[in-house]
Write a protein of this length. Structure first.
Length: 438
């Protein structure tokens, strides 16, 4: 079994994953989601059981007794004119009964229990959706981080190529005597530093991939690659919906809000159910039984027929004083209602805060993206000029290194603002009810 699981994991890990494929796979295989679905199934059984509680309960009972009297005296019986001696040391008897019990009225507690169990099942289903939404958000965040780190690795590789070209050029300049050896040593140190930065970028990329694999419940040592979509400026600079419109759409379909509303309904039903403690309970009982015993000159069937008895009863229980139990239950149910209402308000507040943050981050990132793009172009041109002047001996190693570092920083800022804008815009669309897409 373990080998089959590993083989399956290796098969899925070898493909290139799109964002939607990651989400679909997690919706099926994530352990937390599977546990939530089990809870839904368990709650459904509670609903079924509470419905059947409206029906009478029926039971069969029997009691078999045997007795042994080793020192019993003999008895003389006259049967058909003949005298017989009988010494019964062992005797037995049995009883048999079918009993039914039906609660006709208990203040509608049984009906309210069904309503509450149904609401609990619905809240459990919404809990599954809420968990699924949380997982999708985590997948999107990790996916975008992987995209960012993938491009960061490419930037580092390009920087290393440029550094190596400068180093090789410096070697030639040292050989002809137009550059001091100390400058060459600094360039070689810079190449080593750039390679260290590349190793860090690779490590960070591997870490994000590992986190995504764990979220998808993929446990193997195979390489894990994601599809890199083409990201254009119109995608990054898409029109941002208003935070109020996103919030209004989210209120209608977000599972945490719907679950909060259902919890309020359940709390109101709990108050009604608690008040039923003041009401009488009416129940009907019915039974049918018979018995047989040894020492009789009749067969089992004859005894069962002769001893058959039926019963029918009506029980009315009127509460007079229950040590304030009902009053306490009512008050606690009212407190639970107040708590449910406050919890819903808190969920609404958290929802608006999340949307507000996504909206602000999207707006800010889009503005920064335009500036970062212009800054990269400027820093690239500046670095090219400094490189040419360095090759001509007009710039020193400090100016060259500064120009390269400024270019690297500008490119990283561009990547950060691009993917931050992309992710936060996708989250706004997701909260408005659309699927997550990049």
């Amino acid at each position: 079994m373990l080998s089959l699981m590993l083989t399956s994991g290796m098969a899925v890990a070898q493909q290139t994953w799109t964002l939607q494929e990651c989400i679909d796979y997690a919706m099926t295989n994530n352990i937390q989601l599977q546990q939530k679905r089990i809870t839904v199934a368990s709650n459904h059984e509670d609903v079924t059981q509470s419905k059947y509680a409206l029906l009478p309960s029926v039971s069969f009972s029997t009691n078999q007794n045997a007795s042994w009297r080793p020192f019993a005296e003999s008895t003389i019986n006259l049967t058909n004119g003949s005298m017989t001696t009988n010494r019964n040391t062992v005797s037995y008897n049995g009883t048999y009964g079918i009993n039914a019990n039906w609660t006709v009225w208990n203040g509608n507690r049984n009906i309210n229990t069904i309503k509450q169990n149904k609401l609990t099942e619905q809240m459990a289903e919404l809990d599954v959706q809420q968990q699924a939404n949380s997982i999708q958000e985590q997948i999107a965040q990790l996916y975008v981080q992987i995209l960012y780190e993938t491009e960061a690795v490419k930037v580092c590789e390009e920087i290393i190529k440029a550094s190596e070209l400068q180093r090789d050029r410096a070697k030639t300049m040292v050989e002809v005597g137009s550059l001091a050896r100390v400058d060459l040593v600094q360039l070689e140190a810079q190449v080593s530093q750039d390679k260290y930065s590349l190793a860090q970028a690779h490590a960070q990329l591997a870490n994000y991939k590992l986190q995504l694999k764990q979220l998808l419940e993929i446990h193997d040592t195979e390489s894990f690659n994601i599809a890199v979509p083409a990201v254009s400026d119109p995608m990054v600079l898409a029109t941002i919906p208003s935070e109020l419109s996103v919030y209004e759409a989210a209120l209608e379909q977000r599972p945490e809000i719907q679950s909060g509303m259902l919890n309020i309904q359940s709390s109101k039903i709990a108050i009604v159910s608690a008040r039923s403690g003041y009401m009488p309970t009416v129940s009907v009982t019915a039974g049918m039984g018979t018995n047989n015993s040894s020492g009789q000159h009749k067969s089992f069937a004859e005894q069962a027929k002769m001893n058959l008895s039926n019963s029918l009863g009506l029980t009315v229980s009127v509460p007079l004083f229950d040590n304030l139990q009902t009053r306490t239950n009512i008050r606690k149910a009212k407190y639970a209602l107040q708590s449910s209402e406050l919890s819903l308000q808190e969920q609404q507040k958290k929802l608006y805060s999340a949307i507000e943050n996504y909206w602000l981050n999207t707006t800010t990132s889009q503005q920064q993206y335009a500036y970062a793009k212009a800054n990269v172009e400027s820093m690239q041109e500046s670095y090219n000029l400094v490189s040419e002047q360095f090759n001509l001996g007009l710039k020193n190693i400090v100016e060259l290194t500064t120009g390269k570092n400024n270019l690297l920083q500008a490119e990283q800022q561009l990547l950060q603002t691009k993917y931050t804008a992309l992710l936060n815009y996708a989250m706004l669309q997701f909260y408005a009810g659309e699927a997550i897409k990049l």
